[in-house]
Design a protein around this ligand. Structure first.
Ligand SMILES: *Cc1c(COP(=O)(O)O)cnc(C)c1O
Length: 356
């Protein structure tokens, strides 16, 4: 990384912004108050990468943006987390592809991200080993081609939108040519962390592969900037439905008001909340964990109090590869053969007939 850093303007090309990412604690700007020396030990194990756009969203030390991207000394003392809690490798018939559910696969097509989230659930790999190679992409595509039960392919990584347009189009074209693949999904944090990458040209390219669904990843209302709004608007205008996968993170967004504002703002940039995830028990991330109960409390503050469109599913990805399950706050207070006693969103109790 070159230092001193020149801040590119918001209109700078995305490659320029990305190339000015900070990867060494000593190169953090003076406004970031932290023990740079101590952080070197953290980044030796879990690399840091923060591009100037995302860095520019930090307003003060320890704020929700800071916590997502600046390393924390607790990452290397964490004993509670495990490397691969979702057992992605265990359900992986070929490298970089996880086939856990009957009709869909998770397919890693990029090793790189525009920013390294400190809570990443592939923290064991990101920025250190290559998750993906030309060979693993070829093998993944041929696995999908020969498994006719796969009707939904979810591209992830790293961030698929960091591939160059040619490579991305090549992968999408091959998937599109497989008649059993009905839909393609992309999971990306780019509209949040490097929205400049969503050029009119990229949006147009992606629009050629409909039905294509994109799940973006915003965790805090302050990430919803004019640049992020422009990026999401371009994708939506290209005919791509947008969902959001938010991760519940202690000190970042574990307050009901923060999640409520985030979900409401997402709808204004044409993104429909999809999942609110309990953070996975990944080694190096235990300082972000929230009690399960917190997620349910937050759901009960959303449900009924704001538009149903703002309410995501609260999902927990079960330990050791059990997959995602949805947890709901308990509304049923009592069950008798003919009546349910139910609490409504406002806490009032009603009796409701069971008709059967
Ligand atoms: C999350 C995930 C999917 C997609 O799950 P949906 O609930 O359909 O969004 C697919 N495969 C794996 C391995 C996953 O972790």
């Amino acid at each position: 990384m070159k230092s001193p850093m020149v801040h590119p303007g918001p209109e700078a090309p995305w490659r320029t912004i990305l190339s000015q990412s900070i990867t060494a604690p000593r190169n953090l700007p003076p406004s970031i108050k932290t023990d740079r020396k101590a952080l070197e030990a953290v980044t030796a194990r879990y690399p840091m990468q923060i591009n100037p756009y995302y860095l520019g969203l930090i307003q003060e030390t320890g704020d929700p943006i800071y916590k997502q991207c600046i390393p924390d000394i607790r990452e290397i003392s964490d004993e509670a987390g495990v490397e691969d809690p979702l057992n992605e490798e265990g359900d992986s018939p070929v490298p970089g592809l996880t086939h856990r559910y009957p009709d869909r696969v998770l397919f890693l097509v990029s090793s790189r991200c525009a920013m390294h989230c400190r809570f990443c659930n592939r923290k064991r790999k990101v920025g250190r080993e290559s998750m993906v190679s030309g060979g693993s992409i070829r093998e993944g595509l041929s696995y999908i081609k020969s498994h006719k039960e796969i009707r939904d392919v979810l591209l992830s990584g790293g961030d698929p939108l960091l591939l160059n347009n040619g490579k991305l189009a090549e992968i999408l074209t091959q998937l599109k040519e497989m008649p059993h693949v009905e839909i393609i999904r992309i999971g990306t944090r780019i509209p949040c962390t490097l929205p400049q990458r969503i050029t009119p040209r990229l949006a147009h390219l992606l629009g050629r592969f409909k039905p294509l669904y994109i799940n973006v990843h915003f965790n805090h209302p302050r990430e919803i900037t004019p640049a992020a709004s422009l990026a999401c608007g371009r994708l939506a205008d290209a005919g791509i439905p947008l969902g959001c996968q938010t991760v519940l993170l202690k000190g970042v967004n574990d307050q009901p008001e923060v999640i409520m504002t985030l979900m409401q703002k997402l709808l204004t940039i044409r993104v429909r909340p999809y999942y609110l995830f309990q953070a996975d028990p990944v080694r190096g991330t235990s300082h972000f964990w929230t009690p399960l109960q917190r997620g349910m409390e937050i759901m009960s503050v959303l449900q009924g109090h704001t538009s149903g469109l703002c309410v995501p599913h609260f999902a927990v990805d079960l330990f050791a590869g059990g997959g995602k399950v949805l947890l709901l706050p308990e509304y049923v207070v009592k069950r008798t053969p003919h009546w349910l006693t139910v609490k409504n969103y406002a806490g009032k109790i009603y009796r409701h007939p069971i008709l059967d």
